[in-house]
Design a binder for this molecule. Structure first.
Ligand code: MG
Length: 260
């Protein structure tokens, strides 16, 4: 196996700029999440915003072998949908949760991020689910340090989630990112420390825990994209694109310049 493609400083600079662009969009979409708004409304704003930046939506038309081209700019996955939901005109209701996953390509480089937010008010256990999923992302991201291994990230995510008795999706995992939307290595949300690929400066990875109120098992709907929980439990998904630097992880898809 060839080694993982490491990014040059100018490539990291481009991905850093792209990360800020995508984070700006995420803030805009999160502000729109109110009862009565549809995920198709969010999708229209996302596509317009990305194109105004001179960038291209990474997901629209994306067609891995065996899949029809993804028809939208964002993946919008309400409630029991885990990932890859297709935006619809159905208005969101008070008490829903919705996961928004988005990616853009600019200057030849992709960035990818996701968040799950409540629409109106949600029960305490549902808020705990969202908090646990977000927290596990940051726990995982903190382990993206030179000299560590990819298994350290999954282990940190798993150790953060397990005591709270949420399910961790196993079939879908994080990934390397850069010239391609999905590059090696795979970044599982579970695992053992000191296993899998060595983490090196110049690596860019998307870390994306998917957490449920119930099972880790999923099924895919007839549209071949939408992934739902097998037991109909609610699911949350958070994702950042992260650059590994000499001094540690740098979260690219944020408006704050975070070094942990
Ligand atoms: Mg991703």
């Amino acid at each position: 196996m060839p080694s993982i493609q490491l990014k040059e400083p100018w490539e990291l600079a481009q991905m850093r700029d792209n990360g800020r662009r995508l984070a700006t969009l995420a803030v805009k979409l999160e502000e729109m999440l109110k009862p009565g708004v549809s995920t198709a409304d969010l999708d229209a704003v996302a596509e317009e915003t990305i194109r105004q930046m001179g960038a291209r939506p990474s997901f629209k038309g994306y067609a891995p072998p065996g899949f029809p081209p993804f028809p939208a700019t964002i993946c919008a996955s309400p409630n029991t949908q885990v990932v890859h939901g297709i935006p619809t005109w159905t208005p969101l209701e008070d008490g829903d949760i919705v996961s928004i996953d988005m990616g853009l390509q600019y200057g030849g480089y992709h960035v990818d991020m996701a968040f799950t937010a409540p629409v109106g008010t949600v029960p305490p256990r549902v808020q705990e689910l969202l908090d646990a999923a977000r927290e596990s992302l940051y726990e995982g991201a903190a382990r993206a340090r030179p000299g560590g291994r990819i298994g350290d990230i999954g282990h940190a995510i798993e150790s953060s989630v397990r005591p709270k008795r949420f399910g961790i999706i196993r079939q879908y995992v994080g990934h390397g990112i850069g010239r391609q939307l999905h590059e090696r290595p795979s970044v599982p949300n579970y695992g053992k420390p000191n296993t899998l690929n060595l983490i090196e400066p110049g690596m860019c990875i998307a870390i994306e825990p998917m957490i449920t109120l119930g099972t880790w098992k999923t099924k895919t709907l007839k549209d071949r994209w939408t992934v739902v929980t097998a037991d109909g439990s609610l699911a949350a998904h958070f994702e950042h694109t992260i650059a590994v630097t000499e001094s540690g992880p740098e979260i690219l898809t944020t408006l704050e310049r975070q070094l942990s």
